[in-house]
Design a protein. Sequence first.
Length: 220
Amino acid sequence: MEQFARFRAILPDMAALIVLNQARLWHKHGMVKRRAPSDRTRKPLDAARLDELALAYVARFATSRAKLLRYLSRKVRESGWADDTDVGTACNATADRMEKLRYLDDRQYAVMRAGAMTRRGLGVRRVKAQLYVDGIAEGDSGEAIETAEAAALVSAVGFARRRRFGPFGTAALDDPKLRERQIAAFLRAGHSMAVTRRLLAIAPGDDAALAALDEEAGLD
């Protein structure tokens, strides 16, 4: 009993020693690390640095001229400008050089963008809206829009199949509210009302109608 009483008496000291040793180990081996303050000072940009940033950007991303200019402008806002040339003029000159090197081609970018969107099941209106956001001029978007229009039915069928709408659902679309939600989803995806109604009019299990639709869409 006497030994037990002595053991209980030294327990607080042992606990304190364990905590102290753990603190020493953490400090020694870096288990507790304090983040050093980061140096957020950025060196102001110049025309040469703009070219370097543009090259790195077009190497990583397929982009349009407008998107590249937005990126360069943002970088200038973040870091400042240290060149005698007007910053807008410098950004446009950099974009011109990227075009001459064939790293920028708005027409080709638009076609690629439209193809990728239609493969995802998005319709013509969404394609047009995205090209506008990407800053594609009307003269460079014509071929892309024609591509999207030609793939309108294929894209809508793909959208319906992925979402299990209309002919790809598990039951007939008898609920008016559910039908309205599906119509709204088609329209948000950029599809026309005519194509939407046509697809939703096909009942699940109507293999003949589906086969005819696939044939027309070139999916057979």
